[in-house]
Design a binder for this molecule. Structure first.
Ligand code: RP5
Length: 169
């Protein structure tokens, strides 16, 4: 099918500022696995490994990635800086890190981007939705992925309808 990707190369890059973000960011990898979207996962810190961040962002498109999911907490500059260095869509996941002020620092650092450099920001600790959104972007040109998303959404509806039925009893 036109536009369909069949190779095993990663299409979605999941990056995070620290290994401590993994407990949150794992959800993105898990849903991409379920939806059959090839992905990679690694740690790239905007502040502790800035050169690695530049290299990752600048080479991402050349390496065949289509979407980047970037999660970080606190002064969460990773998603915005990566977005400034690539033309790939970047989905930002604000991570509620232990020293944070209820996660507002992470949310605002990722959400309040200047005009011209968008980051699609999901909810605090919203890595699941980041994974689904990335799959939906891949699904615009990949019918098999779009089909699996359809089934996933249908399973959400079925779950609600089962609870509606249970309440009737
Ligand atoms: C950020 O600082 C990371 O994304 C993480 O959420 C937070 C804390 O990092 P660690 O001190 O746990 O490595 O850069």
């Amino acid at each position: 099918m036109a536009g369909e990707t069949t190779s095993q190369q990663p299409l979605v890059g999941i990056i995070m500022g620290s290994q401590s973000d993994l407990r949150v960011m794992d959800a993105a990898a898990e849903i991409l696995e379920l939806l059959g979207v090839h992905h990679e996962l690694t740690i790239v810190s905007a502040h502790r490994t800035p050169h690695r961040m530049f290299e990752y962002a600048e080479n991402a498109r050349k390496r065949g990635l289509k979407v980047i999911i970037a999660g970080a907490g606190g002064a969460a500059h990773l998603p915005g800086m990566v977005a400034s260095l690539t033309t790939l869509p970047v989905i930002g996941v604000p991570v509620k890190s232990s020293n944070s002020i209820d996660g507002w620092d992470s949310v605002l650092s990722i959400l309040q981007m200047p005009g011209g450099v968008p980051v699609a920001t999901v909810a605090l600790d919203g890595a699941l939705n980041a994974g689904i959104l990335a799959a939906q972007i891949i699904g615009t040109t990949n019918a098999a992925v779009a089909d699996r998303i359809e089934k996933y959404k249908s399973s959400l509806k079925d779950k609600v309808m089962r609870s509606v039925d249970e309440l009737k009893r």
